[in-house]
Ligand binder design. Sequence first.
Ligand SMILES: Nc1nc2c(c(=O)[nH]1)N[C@H]1C(S)=C(S)[C@@H](COP(=O)(O)O)O[C@H]1N2
Ligand SMILES: [Mo]
Length: 414
Amino acid sequence: MSTKKNPSALLHARRQWLTGTASALGAVGLGSWMGPAAAQTAAAAPAAAAAAKPLPAYAAWKNAAQLIQHSSSTLETRRSAFGTSVITPASQLYVRNNLPAPDAAILDDRDAWTLSVEGVKNPRSLRLAELKTLGLETVATVIQCSGNGRGFFPSKPSGTPWTVGAAGCVLWSGVPLRNVVTALGGLADGMLYITGTGGEKLPEGVDPGSVIVERSVPIKALEDALLAWEMNGEPLSLAHGGPLRLIVPGYQGVNNIKYVKSLAFTAQESKARIMSHGYRMTPAGAKAAPDQPSVLEMGVKSWINGPLPETGPVKEGLVQIHGVAFGGTQAIKGVEVSVDGGKNWYPARLVGPDLGRFAWRQFVLSVRLPAGSYTLASRATDAQGQVQAELREENLSGYNNNSWRDHAVTITVV
Ligand SMILES: Nc1nc2c(c(=O)[nH]1)N[C@H]1C(S)=C(S)[C@@H](COP(=O)(O)O)O[C@H]1N2
Ligand SMILES: [Mo]
């Protein structure tokens, strides 16, 4: 495999099957290809709508045609639904609940929601109304389930077989957690973790520690963590953790505790099962154990969202290959795209607004494709120079699949 640094030279050299120039690239606005793409989507939507199961009550307001319903607690965004405009609308954002969602009545009086804070000099409970007086910040983050991409593991790990749609890029508004710590007199001595606990009602007759959603992240996450009450400009929905959610930018989904009711700065990780044994990078064939790495910061990853095989054959000529790339806590430096399954790579262009290092970037490669079959792949590089891996890291539960090869798609051009 080789990386070609100069797209016009490379495209010129491979003119027999891939023609176009960098200047042609520049001349083509995104608008010129929206026609056929939108037409394809429009054609695909009614069929999908007809096939869609009714959504669970807490998510009934979502767009069923744009979601794959794995179960009532696992909804995945269709790959073809990601579009090209950075922010994932709430109506299409994936949902993952480990426990039944709380009663919607917890949203009746949002400001009365109470958060208890421990592990600070002056521990106490704060109502959401008071949290709102302590500061305000908005951050765009990629929220992604650590099992996103599990569906590509040939070992078929147990758990939802997500492909790419257990992820989205959204805007969170709330108070920086460090402001809350300051208001409560600062951290108590020796605290190494932020431990957040979800406010679900636990099923009766089972050990609470075996089911409670409680996660610990390293204290360094305090720099960026947010207590959010708004998503994409709307009060936070029940499906996404309203009235209050802990956002740990750059960390895998499970660390972003919905309906957060308690935050503790702790010297040790939570002993809850979801922390000690769940979400560990357990070697295939081994048993989960607390000494295995936990899923915390996300690694560098990208995938292509169009064109896709599921939206039908692509008309030969100029094609805009586009997708998303993100680096967890690191910004994206660049993305390369291949049309031959990773033999040759061309630099893609980052498009759209840069919403900060925790958001994803859209990328596009503009190419002329004659009729034929093409395997499209993307490979992102983060600001530290870390390159998206070719192969997944095998593990028991199918976490952290960042493999560019697994995310490749094969399209037919006619
Ligand atoms: N309280 C609580 N927080 C939670 C969960 C949960 O079940 N309960 N699921 C976690 C997991 S595994 C993921 S991937 C994300 C899903 O967030 P979303 O449903 O808003 O997309 O929330 C995380 N936070
Ligand atoms: Mo998850």
